[in-house]
Ligand binder design. Sequence first.
Ligand SMILES: CC(C)(COP(=O)(O)OP(=O)(O)OC[C@H]1O[C@@H](n2cnc3c(N)ncnc32)[C@H](O)[C@@H]1OP(=O)(O)O)[C@@H](O)C(=O)NCCC(=O)NCCS
Length: 200
Amino acid sequence: MPSPFETERLALRPFSKADVDKLCELDSDPDVMRFLNGGVATPREVIRTRILPWFMSFDRDCAGLGFWAAHEKASGDFIGWFELHPEEGRDPDELALGYRLRRKFWRKGYATEGSRALIGRAFRELGARRVFAAAYSENLASRGVLEKCGMRAARTYRAIADDMPATYVASDAVFPSDDIEYVLDRGDWARAAAIASRPD
Ligand SMILES: CC(C)(COP(=O)(O)OP(=O)(O)OC[C@H]1O[C@@H](n2cnc3c(N)ncnc32)[C@H](O)[C@@H]1OP(=O)(O)O)[C@@H](O)C(=O)NCCC(=O)NCCS
């Protein structure tokens, strides 16, 4: 189960059935959805019957992995979500990282703060060999987060709807640009952490 945890400014907790409205509000902002599906709101029924059950399925099966609802500690407000889990078709010691935040909370360093905490857990507590993440090439905000977390661009590819299970994408959607896969390997993370903790 994805246990609750805190960072300096964020409180992260597992999702519950009561979160449908929060997810609907998040996914109804065209700016939030712009690089995910062209700006289309996720239908409430899709959130209720497919996305939220998927988020919550990790509660049963996976120790320390899954999706977390994130709240700003200072206000208690729901700011969005983070994810960290293995992905079908990839080695189980490679963990996928992702995030989606309400627009009001952008540009405060929250995505970087939550992602760094999850990367630390992946390597310190979960025995991951690699953390990876995908960002649409035009999504400079997401790429900025991944680069600030020390991740490197490893390959580009053309995404299809199946690549984005946390997102409602019309079956005939076309992605005109490439996605970029970013990766961070345990050794590179450990070296960077050691350098960062060195006294000046
Ligand atoms: C991507 C997203 C989570 C970034 O969240 P955030 O909390 O605003 O990101 P941070 O504040 O941690 O920003 C980290 C860095 O990214 C870059 N960045 C952030 N927003 C940016 C923007 N609008 N344009 C260009 N660079 C940006 C900057 O380098 C920033 O560091 P700086 O503020 O020190 O300059 C947020 O924009 C979002 O939820 N977008 C919609 C959903 C989405 O695209 N999810 C990712 C799918 S791959």
